[in-house]
Ligand binder design. Structure first.
Ligand code: SME
Length: 166
């Protein structure tokens, strides 16, 4: 239920995340193919939250290079070197990146002219190596906060079992 200013309360957002996390866990139970799992996660997250305009993964495919993986939304750029973008920062710093206003983030790579805010979560394998990032864009300003970071990190934790040692 949106609050007076149209934003979603932290408790309502958490309830929605708990529901989609449970659904994802049931859908991917026993699946270890990373592409199948990523496609399922991108689909379920994207359709669970109206403010998600682009939801998908970039995979570490070579030292210093990310390539687009399964996603929902408009065209996503195909490759991102680690030194560029919000996605590159998430890999380099091994830390979730929250951008409340992309026009104030000079390192942001714009795949859509309508994107206003973004969150990017590193995806770790069981050995702690970063193997992908989950990238979510919104056409709303400041759409993401620590509640989103907490729950999207839990979702990304489900992928650890999909990655064999590098
Ligand atoms: N905005 C991302 C690039 C990927 S598009 O959003 C799908 C970045 O700055 O790394």
């Amino acid at each position: 239920m949106p609050t007076q200013n149209g934003s979603v309360s932290a408790s309502d957002k958490s309830a929605a995340y708990a529901e989609v996390l449970d659904r994802i866990e049931r859908l991917i139970a026993g699946e270890t193919d990373e592409i199948a799992v990523m496609a399922t996660v991108a689909c379920e997250l994207h359709h669970a939250f109206a403010q998600f305009s682009w939801t998908g993964f970039y995979r570490v495919v070579a030292p210093g290079l990310l390539k687009v993986g399964p996603y929902q939304g408009g065209h996503g750029c195909l490759t991102i070197p680690f030194e560029r973008g919000v996605c590159g920062a998430a890999v380099r710093e091994r830390r979730t990146q929250i951008v409340e206003d992309v026009t104030q983030a000079p390192h942001h790579i714009a795949c859509s002219s309508t994107t206003r805010s973004e969150i990017v979560v590193p995806v770790l394998a069981a050995d702690g190596s970063v193997r992908a990032v989950l990238d979510v864009d919104s056409d709303a300003l400041a759409a993401f906060d620590e509640t989103d970071a907490h729950w999207l990190e839990r979702v990304c934790g489900l992928l650890a079992a999909c990655f064999s040692p590098p």
